[in-house]
Design a protein around this ligand. Structure first.
Ligand code: G3H
Ligand code: 13P
Ligand code: ZN
Length: 321
């Protein structure tokens, strides 16, 4: 079955690496995540968003995830490897009812994202989810601070970053098991507005350090952590797409974050980009192909390689089971 995130985060904190939290919506993404994480012997958090539940049907998605545990066991035994811990986590839960529904259907971890609410309301809804979840040994992630949207000038809008003065009270008042913070990342493929050849601004490690001082040893989560790998952006543009100006978080920033109290790194966009790049390449170069297995299969291989590399070279989660 699934495990909650408590032991995963304890080990990641002690040893200075981060657990990958990869989103999935379909079978090929799920197979790729499980294959890559089993072969690299990395613990993994399977992330399901509200949108993913709606897209794939919540019942089907839940049983697919359950099936993925069996797939992991098969791969491990065929390759003479150890079984890996897998958590099934609700990403960006927006209500108590959604969190409850996920807990009732077997999720081992949920996020209640009250980050857009006034502080007291965020505390209230998060504490309510924690009270319910902990009865079932389900771990809960909360969030403080609002991740920048693409249109916002990150440097100008200081208020969007997590305020370190709030974190101790939030963690104590809610009882959450981990805390997502805003230090300059954002969701999607357009994280920073930079001129060609320019480096994006560094993440606010000063805020992260201040947070670590207030809640020492407490697991921190980084959302919006895709690197928007330029090889995929270029492939997409080459084969008929248009993603000009897409930029992500440089991998060396994530490596640094993984060594800190950041114990969970959320990656969705990079998977979408890798899959789309490969599908576009095949449909463009083999116009007579119409068997979905012939383009989704190679896309899945591409995903496997990308996730394996992330575990090994960026998050440091490989060989931790
Ligand atoms: O944080 C958002 C995740 O990337 C999930 O995105 O809501 O489009 O499924 P989604
Ligand atoms: P990316 O869009 O950077 O992949 O972020 C994903 C995420 O934070 C999911 O919660
Ligand atoms: Zn997120």
């Amino acid at each position: 079955g699934f495990v909650n995130t408590k032991e995963m985060f304890k080990d990641a904190m002690e040893k200075g690496y981060a657990i990958p939290a990869y989103n999935f919506n379909n079978m090929e993404q799920l197979q790729a995540i499980i294959t890559a994480c089993t072969l690299t012997q990395s613990p993994v958090i399977l992330q399901v968003s509200k949108g993913a539940r709606k897209y794939a049907n919540q019942t089907l998605l839940r049983w697919m995830a359950q099936g993925a545990v069996e797939l992991m066991k098969e791969i491990a035994s065929e390759s003479g490897l150890k079984e890996i811990p897998i958590a099934l986590h609700l990403d960006h839960g927006d209500s108590f009812e959604l969190c409850k529904s996920c807990i009732e259907t077997g999720f081992s971890s949920v996020m209640i994202d009250g980050s857009h609410l006034p502080y007291e309301e965020n505390v209230e809804i998060t504490a309510k989810v924690v009270e319910y979840a902990h009865k079932y040994d389900v771990s809960v992630e909360g969030e403080l601070g609002v991740l920048a949207g693409i249109e916002e000038d990150v440097k100008a809008e200081k208020s969007i970053y997590t305020n370190p003065d709030d974190v101790e009270d939030f963690v104590k008042s809610t009882g959450v098991d981990s805390l997502a913070i805003a230090i300059g990342t954002s969701h999607g493929a357009y994280k920073f507005k930079v001129k060609p050849g320019e480096q994006p601004p560094p993440l606010r490690f000063d805020i992260l350090e201040e947070v670590e001082k207030r809640i020492p040893g407490f697991p921190i989560v980084l959302h919006g952590a895709s690197s928007v790998l330029q090889e995929y952006v270029e492939m997409i543009n080459k084969y008929g797409g248009d993603l000009s100006g897409a930029v992500g978080v440089p991998e060396d920033q994530l490596r640094k974050a993984a060594q800190s109290a950041v114990c969970k790194i959320n990656i969705d966009s990079d998977g979408r980009l890798a899959m789309t790049a490969k599908v576009r390449e095949i449909l463009w170069t083999q116009p007579a192909e119409f068997d979905p297995r012939k383009y989704l299969g190679p896309a899945r291989e591409e995903l496997i390689n990308m996730y394996m590399r992330k575990n090994r070279e960026v998050l440091g989660s490989a060989n931790r089971v």
